[in-house]
Design a protein around this ligand. Structure first.
Ligand code: CO
Length: 297
């Protein structure tokens, strides 16, 4: 004969088992680990200059060639540029919009690659956004961010080598080449003087100047005068040859770099190709993307 106590205990056990099973099944339905889906998000400052956009397309093609099985999406960090592109009917998501969209598409792991030149304001904002998107409920499991073009001293040396390999064929030895970077009040502005160091180790006539940082255009002008420069090549040190390259560097206005050099009796020759156009420079971004993909594991 079973005691009444024993019956209650057995009944409780069966109930507990049934509940556990029910809970496990419910959990298997909603909380099962999602299938891993890896994606790449390429993030550029962006450009409103139509002729400059193919440089980004080429970068996208290089990324797809290197990672044919990984879907690629784009985002742009400049709000002003996103607004302008949208007004022209061009899709231009912010990094946050793109990451949210990728989570909705079922991506679990995203390698975000910055196509900025230095780890300045745009890059640090991107880093914060990426970190905020990692591990949200029903969101992305892992988000890694690849360094911009110049992330380390070794990168600065590699960029100098890549720039020196991509000089215009018509440039004669001894003719100065000025690379125009953006420049910033952010501490990462030190990347430009850092790059200048490695350029000078290769060729004393390769100069860096910036629109808003250091070295300034006056620094460049002083260096050109010391060299008694005649013909001077101007090349953008930006992913695309956009507004700064076409106006501040090569434009006809009297305060453009080209106009100021002409007034000094020099012969400016502007090259309107962004660094994303250059295969040797792009290879450095691609290496940073490889690192970011590796860090997803
Ligand atoms: Co600017």
């Amino acid at each position: 004969m079973f005691s009444r106590n024993r019956v209650v205990r057995v009944f409780t056990l069966i109930l507990a088992l049934a509940l556990t099973l029910a809970c496990t099944q419910a959990f298997a339905g909603h909380g099962a680990p999602k299938a891993k889906k890896t994606g790449i998000l390429l993030v550029a400052f962006g450009t409103t200059v139509e002729e400059a956009r193919p440089a980004l397309d080429r970068m996208g093609e290089r990324v797809r060639a290197a990672h044919p099985d990984v879907p690629v999406r784009w985002a742009y960090t400049a709000k002003m540029i996103r607004t302008k592109l949208r007004s022209e009917g061009i899709a231009a998501p912010s990094p946050a919009e793109a990451l949210a969209g990728m989570a909705e598409e079922g991506f679990t792991h995203v390698a975000v690659q910055s196509l900025h030149t230095i780890p300045g304001e745009e890059f640090h904002g991107l880093l914060q956004t990426a970190q905020a998107f990692e591990g949200l409920p029903k969101g992305l499991t892992r988000v890694s961010v690849g360094l911009p073009l110049i992330g380390t001293s070794a990168d600065a040396e590699a960029v100098a080598t890549a720039l020196a390999a991509g000089l215009p064929a018509e440039r004669a030895p001894g003719e100065p080449v000025v690379f125009m970077g953006h420049g910033t009040s952010h501490p990462a502005d030190i990347c430009y003087p850092g790059l200048q160091y490695y350029l000078w180790r290769l060729d004393p006539d390769l100069l860096v100047g910036t629109v808003e940082g250091s070295p300034s255009f006056d620094d460049v002008l002083a260096a050109l005068k010391v060299r008694k420069a005649k013909r001077v090549w101007l090349m953008p040190l930006m992913a695309v040859a956009g507004d700064h390259a076409r106006n501040d560097m090569a434009g006809d206005e009297e305060d453009s770099w080209a106009s100021q050099l002409a007034r000094q009796g020099m012969e400016p020759r502007a090259v309107l190709h962004g660094t994303a156009d250059s295969a040797p420079v792009s290879a450095i971004w691609l290496r940073h993307l490889d690192d970011a993909l590796e860090r997803l594991n």
